[in-house]
Design a protein. Structure first.
Length: 536
């Protein structure tokens, strides 16, 4: 009897041992572990990870705190790796262990990111708790090829008369906003976000190298206007390491690409601004001992921006084309990019400005002289251009604003000439008067974007000569009261322009009659106010 018990136990032990041996190979994890050689200014030199790939996420374990800090492998050299640290590099020191993750840099994505302020790596920065993600997207990814794109033909309305009429932006376009410091570049971007309220566009605002207080004021304004419901703010503040400022545009773009690829939605991404990203990349590259080139920038600084802006696209709606793309789940989405570049004393021929001008589909140039003379937005229509042009305009806008750019350019030339001439012929005087009134109509306050039908009606009035007999100082007041008059007294005109996108003969007649009727009312009210003001 004892013998059979011993045999039974031996059989069970044998079976258990065989099972353990079978599962042992599954539990084995082969890890390549390196160590930190040195850390300086956000860059770590790492030895021992010979199989690491470019842009791979590495995990460095701090021997002081035990915290895992992410680093990005950039320089792959013969005997070591140059990696940029994405966290607090002051916690790291020589000898800390480093492990590969086997993944290139990714950020969490999902619809719950809307309305939040996040870091370039997708971590919440607004104190509102964790954000639930539905997956991850690669921070640096290949742009969709020509086959997967369709032409840019659908307007993205900014709500700014000077832009929507003369420098139209289409969904899927890359339009550069360029100008000196404090000329209203960010104001145009914020107004464009506010103008998407009630629409179908997801906005991502990426603040690079700005003060935290500046970003907070932008977020507060967006919340006040109800725009944060469809907006994500990615903040890499001036106090953040250069590594986060370098990666911020790519991380923000990946957040937008989730909505474009996975949900087929339209997105707008604002990079504010890429000059600071280039400066951060120059800092990283010099610490990595990459050879400096023009203005001490590395040789691949053009590629830094081109591979980012090339990701802007209007995705094809062809089902066969969509099926061939590994990431495209829903057709018809778009990513519109508005990069911002800061110039020094209006020098658009500097290295970074010329690079980004050559990458984008046009530029909106803001001029300091115009800004300080009260023309806001301070758009220089002479050198601003949209290479998509009328394809990104509704027919009604194309009809009323067709000659606007030429008229404005001629006015600027005549204005300069008229300063030196005393006697001008009547035709020149009329042209100067029309140009002056056109400039007044194109002026617009901040945080006050206009619907496309309001823009069309205001521009129609000035281009058709209805404002020639009004004093230039009255134009802003006339326009404001006219648009209010049209909304309350003739709402059908605006609705027809919005729904049909054209000015039919019937609408043309109604609009002309309404303008004439309002001018009489405006003159009457102005005449009544004058004696009252004199008495006062």
């Amino acid at each position: 009897m004892p013998t059979s018990d011993a045999t039974l136990r031996a059989g069970e032990m044998k079976k258990a041992l065989l099972e353990q041996i079978d599962h042992y190979t599954e539990d084995l994890k082969l890890e390549e572990v390196g160590e930190v050689l040195e850390v300086k200014d956000g860059v770590a030199r790492i030895w021992g990870l010979s199989s690491a790939v470019a842009n791979e996420m590495l995990e460095i374990e701090s021997s002081e705190t035990g915290e895992l800090i992410t680093a990005l492998a950039l320089n792959l050299e013969e005997d070591n790796i140059g990696a940029v640290v994405m966290g607090d590099y002051l916690q790291l020191k020589e000898g800390d262990s480093v492990r590969r993750t086997g993944r290139v840099l990714e950020v969490p994505v999902g619809p719950d990111f809307l309305g939040r302020v996040v870091s370039p790596l997708g971590e919440p920065r607004d104190g509102k708790g964790a954000i639930k993600s539905v997956g991850t997207m690669k921070v640096d990814r290949k742009a969709p090829g020509i086959v997967y794109r369709q032409p840019v033909k659908e307007p993205l309305q900014t709500g700014i008369k000077a832009i929507d009429s003369m420098i139209p932006i289409g969904r899927g376009q890359r339009e550069l906003i360029i100008g000196d410091r404090r000329t209203g570049k960010t104001a145009i971007a914020i107004d464009t976000i506010i103008n998407q309220r009630g629409g179908d566009v997801v906005c991502v605002y990426i603040a690079i190298g700005q003060k935290a207080s500046t970003v907070a004021s932008v977020v507060a304004r967006l919340e006040e206007e109800g725009a944060m419901d469809y907006t994500i703010v990615v903040a890499a503040n001036a106090s953040d390491p250069a590594t986060l400022q370098y990666i911020a545009p790519y991380g923000g773009c990946a957040l937008a690409e989730y909505f474009m690829y996975k949900e087929g939605r339209h997105t707008l991404v604002i990079y504010d601004d890429l000059s600071k990203q280039a400066d951060a990349y120059r800092e990283i590259s010099l610490i990595l001992r990459r050879p400096p080139g023009r203005e001490a920038f590395p040789g691949d600084v053009f590629y830094l921006h081109s591979r980012l802006l090339e990701r802007a696209a209007k995705v094809s709606e062809d089902e066969k084309v969509i099926a061939a793309h590994p990431d495209l789940e829903k057709p018809g989405g778009s990513l519109t990019a508005l990069p911002i570049i800061q110039t020094q004393a209006g020098d658009v021929s500097a290295y970074i400005p010329t690079n980004v001008i050559s990458i984008t589909d046009g530029q909106i140039f803001l001029e300091s002289d115009l800004f300080y003379s009260g023309v806001r937005p301070a758009v220089n229509a002479g050198i601003s251009v949209s290479r998509v042009g009328g394809s990104a305009q509704i027919k009604a806008m194309k009809k009323v604003a067709g000659s606007l750019r030429l008229d404005l350019a001629q006015y600027r030339e005549l204005e300069a000439f008229a300063q030196f001439g005393s006697d001008l012929d009547p035709a020149t005087q009329r042209q100067l008067a029309r140009g002056e009134r056109t400039v007044e109509v194109l002026k617009q306050g901040q945080y006050a974007p206009l619907s496309v039908e309001d823009q069309v009606m205001a521009i129609f009035a000035v281009t058709q000569g209805y404002l020639d007999d009004l004093d230039a100082s009255e134009i802003r007041a006339w326009e404001s009261s006219f648009l209010e008059y049209m909304r309350s007294g003739h709402p059908g005109v605006g609705e027809a322009i919005r729904s049909e996108n054209v000015i039919s003969d019937e609408i043309d007649t109604k609009l002309r009659d309404a303008i004439e009727a309002h001018k009489k009312l405006f003159r009457t009210s102005a005449a009544e106010e004058t004696p009252a003001q004199a008495a006062g």
